[in-house]
Design a protein. Structure first.
Length: 81
């Protein structure tokens, strides 16, 4: 939609009053895209951490571990989430 607005603006010089708004909208879109990218990276890290945790829990002999040991295994993941 932003591209359509920019195209309309280029076709009609009388729409110059909307230039500051188009610029502001463009910056907002860039900020939004950047935030989505960072969120995607964060979710990928969480997914990887959960996969590692799942594999670790499947391999561990949880019934032989003390509660404090299990807590120590899970604490870094709890902080990350």
């Amino acid at each position: 939609m932003l591209l359509q607005l920019k195209s309309l603006r280029q076709q009609d010089a009388s729409l110059h009053p909307i230039d500051p708004l188009l610029h502001q909208l463009d910056e907002s879109c860039q900020h939004f895209d950047h935030s989505l990218h960072l969120l995607s990276l964060e979710l990928n890290q969480v997914s990887t951490a959960l996969s590692v945790l799942t594999a670790m829990l499947e391999q561990s002999k949880l019934d032989t571990l003390e509660c404090e040991q299990v807590y120590c295994l899970l604490e870094p993941f709890a902080h990350r989430l």
